[in-house]
Design a protein around this ligand. Sequence first.
Ligand SMILES: *Cc1c(COP(=O)(O)O)cnc(C)c1O
Length: 443
Amino acid sequence: MESQLLSALEQNAPFISHLKAAKPLYWSNPKNSTLEQGLDYVGFTRSDIQDASARLTRFAPYFMKAFPETTITKGIIESPLVEIGQMKSALEAHFQCAIAGDLFVKLDSQLPISGSIKARGGIYEVLVHAERIALKAGLIHQYDDYSKLFSPAVRQLLGQYTIAVGSTGNLGLSIGIMSAKLGFSVTVHMSADARQWKKDLLRERGVEVVEYQSDYGVAVENGRRQADSDPSCIFIDDENSKHLFLGYSVAGERLKQQFSEQGRIVDSEHPLVVYLPCGVGGGPGGIAFGLKMAFGDHVHCVFAEPTHSPCMMLGVMTGLHDSISVKDIGLDNVTEADGLAVGRASGFVGKAMEHLISGFYTVDDIKLYQMLGLFKESEDLFLEPSALAGMSGPVWFHDKSKLVQALNVDPACITHLVWATGGGMVPVVERLEYLSKAMAIPK
Ligand SMILES: *Cc1c(COP(=O)(O)O)cnc(C)c1O
């Protein structure tokens, strides 16, 4: 292993020394290929996405009843797609470049129920387990109106099962809120660095929160151990879950529908470039899979990570995936982008998706705060720091860049889409703290 690690690092020496120094880097992925070639590695097909989508549709009547805020979207958990022309101008002025084409944002920060991208995969995985148990017990049938699940009998049944998850943040919120609503007994294992407001909110909803003095890895380990020793306990594994991945993937067809409703074309002359913040990889990986299936080779997926935690870039670049950690190259994995503070990427996602990702870049914490401030000023929208990692993507793809030249189209015909992954649940006091920190940075 040691020699494998050294030779992988040596082969990529110029990039590695850049990463080591925590300097922002764009790395074009040489393994990126066509959808047809890349699909062989994924291990899922279109029908897996359709299956996930159909499950979410079956649950829509349940959501309308259990979470009345989803009534306006008929029980479908989806976020707005918005053009952000003012932000485009703000980015151009701040970073002194021109961004050809149009800039859009996908506001997963406004997803109902848990206000982050985890309301896709996290909630979906809880539904998979709830449906399986309720079907087996004969409390529902697949063609029933699933609003039946909002009942004391179902709550009592699911209460005999425990859902466990290790998380410092948004995954814990999503799984906790959804599981408790369905009636599961649910335990969220949280590390010392988890924010107090998240623990308070979960406890208010009836979730058991177990706190650890050590880091995320220990919290996850304990969650796993709880599940191993208890047959009625289901452990949700952020690093290896195919349910999470497929829950995210449904976003592709939904986005296609939204662009078509807005009359926006995506084709060979009008490519779509999507910038996705990446932590362990399940969220951006699953969404990228869905996007590729929806738009084919006309969509280009780019992953964004903090300069101190570029775990997926490092794993794909070296080919070592989850056998390498950012600590192996001397990085500390400390970042204000808590949703992205992951030292070791998911090996499952890296191996499945490495042929379908165009590129990876890193962004430093100061820039995240600058963009948090710019976004609030220009569009009056708030995001948490992690959610802004995708916002510097269009700057790498400025009109004179090699990246844009490589797309081989009229630059004015490019649609840039920043995936804004969270911030909707952040309490007002914390928002003001983030904003004042942003304003304190010299321009
Ligand atoms: C979880 C999360 C991500 C990244 O998702 P992964 O599945 O960990 O890669 C990005 N942004 C926010 C706000 C998140 O909570």
